[in-house]
Each structure stands twice: as structure tokens, then as C-alpha cells.
Design a binder for this molecule. Sequence first.
Ligand code: MN
Length: 274
Amino acid sequence: MMRVLLTNDDGIGAEGLHALRRALGDVDGIEVHVIVPDSNRSATARSITTRSPLSVEEVEMDDGFIAYATDGTPVDCVRFADLGLVGDRPDLIISGINHGSNLGDDITYSGTVAAALEGIVLGIPAIAISQQGSAQEMGFVPGPQFEFGVAAAFGAELVRMLGETPLPAETLLNVNCPAGDPDGIEVTGLGKRLYNDELRLVGEDGDGRRRYQIYGFEPSFEDEPGTDLAAVARGRISITPVHFDLTDRDGLTRMRGWDLDRMFREVLAGAGSA
Ligand code: MN
């Protein structure tokens, strides 16, 4: 049996989570465990809870399935699974279905993608899956309407496929499903977001304290073919392979040409005279 951890960042009450859990129930040869935040932790990225113990509550679903709800972050949920809360460590992490897209530069803020990243940091292959809002919003703050049928079926199919042909442990798949009937599936690279946020003063408290809104303005994107943003904008399911090697290889080569000995002498001389 392949052990699958299902988690999310929208919390135990999220419809997308339950749609995916039901779809995974039809996949043969897997054992599904659910560890999720007890409420919405969207945009918490890779934050972890280090300064206090975490609470865990068993929550019975309407079909009798027992899920675990924690007051931790999405990454904490993956750590719980890795450390044995529900038995042996998982063979695969699947995170979602997120309520709203996780595209391009946005993924670095995403709790959904962060949980999947934690999988590959720990050597466990992972899938993050997100659903565009029904109004086809291209921003990351969706409206209230979602249809999870296609994303749930696609997530189940991916898990079935990876059961036969495993992903390399250092790879995560970031999946985004467009609203409506999709037009196809495309393998993509991460696109470029254009954040149109502005500094908006929303109040003055009179004691020298001001309040600003700096997020929530509708973003746009560079519409470049081959990117996740372009694929979803055209109604196609996007799959982006992502890894965690943050080292800039070109930069490494360039910087190895720097005169580090000279810099080091300058630093020592400067430190001596300070
Ligand atoms: Mn979310």
C-alpha cells in the first residue's frame, strides 16, 4: 500500500479538501491519512510553530473517516506525518485542493505549495493542487464560487499514475485547474506575476499610528507561452515540476570569478581600524 498524506492550507472545513479525499477513496492500493490545519492558514507559506506545543484533534467525517486537525501550519501538518502521528511516514504528500490558483511568483506565499515543498525537503515526493475560482479570476484572491470535480479527478489520476511511476523524491508537481471545462493539460514553467499593489492609507488613529492596505489590489501577469499563468488563462490544466534547489547556478559560476582574497584583506583591514 502506498501511504498518502492529504493536507491543505484552507483548513479542515474546506470543501476542496473533502472533494479530493472522496476522489482518492476510489484509488486502489493507497492508504490516505488527513492532517490539516484547524482553520484557514492561506498565505502562511513555510512558517512553522516552534515556540509552543501543537494541539491535535481527531475529527470524524460524515462517512466515519477520521481526520486530524491541528492548530499548526500546513508545514507543521507534514512534519506531524513525517514524525509518525498517523503511523509510518508517508510515501506521497498531496496538498489541496486549494480554493484559488497558485501560479507563478505567488507560489512562494502559498501554504498549499509550502506543504508540498516540505515533502520534498524531507525526501517525500509531493503534489500541490489548486482550483481557480468559478469567475476565472487570474489573481490569487478568488471569489466564493468553486467547482472541484475536475481537480479532484485529476488529483486522483495523478496519485494513481505516481503509484506506478514514482516521482523523484526531489520533485513536486504544482497543479492548477482552470474554472469550467478544461481545454487540455499542459506542462509549464512558473510565470511572472505583476503585483499592482499600492500604498493606501485607510485610517489614522490620532496617536501617530496609521493604517495601510498594501495587498489585495488585482494583480496581472506576463502572458508568456509555456507558463502556468498563460495555460490557466487559456482554460488549460497546468502542471509545473518544481524543486527546492534555490542556488543560482549561473550566479555561482560568475561569482567564483570574484577576487575574494582581495575582499577578505579589505575586510580584515577595515575590521582592524574600526
Ligand atoms: Mn488556501
